[in-house]
Design a binder for this molecule. Structure first.
Ligand SMILES: *Cc1c(COP(=O)(O)O)cnc(C)c1O
Length: 370
């Protein structure tokens, strides 16, 4: 392995983060009781255009907590895309509910909304959409289907901080949205997550279950099984500094995508990441498909870039082929998910990426064909 010179993603932290963390330590309010937690919840939920934020220890725990607070359990079913990160599915399984998979649409690689209804059964309780790689899902038809079948809509917005659907922020459209603040996400708290919602009841239940489900009338008295999924004030202190940078990060990522597009657009066999007219993508990953015309397979291209110190990633392996889930989906077909998983790759996309690095990566891709 050669040394990585241009990483896929690396977080960008500065003096504000340091200042907040030091202040947090000096005050000795470092647990979830510290003031930064409430402040961060308020700032991020209002950024998403909704009233309530329930911070958590990770994106995965925010998804599980949301589903648990919605009352999901054994015997229920949740519809999700096959093409997603495994945590989307696992969070459903933690509740005991089953996953039903839907193929992707070929344009933005999100759940194919036209194929959701055929997967609905009397057991279906929720649809969980994923704003893949930062491009929002076409939410209007999803909300319409959910209304017609009396289903909840959870947005897995772990990759889509700041993305917009028809002017509304991702995560703020469904019954709730769930975010991750892992180090490679658009903003980070190291590890962390948040549910955002306008539903007061859901916010209260999730807030209670997040911290052991203590009873309001009697401490150490528990009427339902809770979790410890709290975010610490140290993490929220970093989050408060990061949220100040969020608009700037989104702008940079959109600019970087345009620069990549202008370098790679003329190379045959490369399919660029599209953006719908109704969408503002945040390009969490700058993702391309390497098609036959390119003349070199995706995997070969990745090897050649790696030799030059350029780190890349394959797309996710879809859930229907994962060893933990494949058996349940034998006989079902997900041709688009299969295709994009085979041809897709993520180029360096992080918050520290420079224009010169984009040029280096783009030229290396061009040169790799000869
Ligand atoms: C990152 C991610 C998660 C999980 O977030 P963690 O903070 O790592 O638990 C869930 N869903 C999607 C789509 C993700 O990209």
């Amino acid at each position: 392995m050669s040394e990585i010179k241009i990483p896929v993603s690396s977080p960008k932290l500065g003096e504000e983060e340091q200042k907040n963390v030091i202040e947090c330590i000096k005050s000795s309010w470092i647990s979830a009781q510290g003031p930064y937690v409430r402040e961060f919840e308020k700032a991020f939920s209002s950024y998403c255009g909704v009233k309530y934020g329930i911070s958590t220890s990770s994106g995965t725990t925010s998804l599980h907590l949301a589903l648990a607070a919605l009352g999901l359990g054994p015997g229920d079913e949740v519809i999700i895309p096959s093409f997603t990160m495994v945590a989307t599915a696992n969070s459903v399984r933690y509740t005991g509910a089953d996953i039903k998979l839907v193929d992707s649409e070929p344009d933005y690689w999100n759940i194919d909304v036209t194929k959701i209804e055929e997967k609905i059964t009397p057991r279906t309780k929720a649809i969980m959409v994923v704003h893949t790689y930062g491009h929002p899902v076409d939410m209007d038809p999803v909300m319409e289907i959910a209304r017609r079948h009396n289903l909840k809509v959870v947005e897995d917005a772990a990759e889509a901080h700041g993305a917009e659907y028809k002017g509304r922020r991702a995560g703020g459209i469904g019954d709730c949205g769930c975010f991750s603040f892992y180090a490679n996400k658009i903003i980070t708290t190291g590890e962390g997550g948040m549910i955002v919602t306008d539903d007061e009841e859901l916010a209260n239940v999730a807030g209670n279950m997040r911290a052991h489900s203590f009873s309001e009338d009697q401490h150490f008295w528990h009427r339902r099984v809770g979790f410890n999924y709290r975010m610490s004030s140290l993490q929220a202190a970093v989050g408060m500094a990061q949220i100040e940078r969020l608009d700037n990060y989104v702008q940079n990522r959109r600019r970087n995508a345009q620069i990549y597009n202008s370098w790679l657009g003329k190379i045959p066999g490369i399919k660029l990441p599209p953006e719908a007219s109704w969408a503002k993508s945040v390009f969490w990953m700058y993702s391309i498909l390497i098609e036959d015309e390119f003349g070199l397979s995706r995997d070969k291209l990745m090897e050649r870039l790696e030799a030059k110190g350029i780190e890349t990633r394959t797309f996710f392996f879809p859930l229907h082929i994962q060893p933990i889930y494949a058996e349940r989906f034998q006989g079902e077909e997900f041709p688009v998910a299969d295709y994009i998983a085979r041809q897709g790759m993520n180029l360096p996309s992080g918050n520290t990426l420079t224009e010169e690095e984009i040029e280096t990566v783009s030229k290396a891709i061009k040169d790799s064909r000869s």
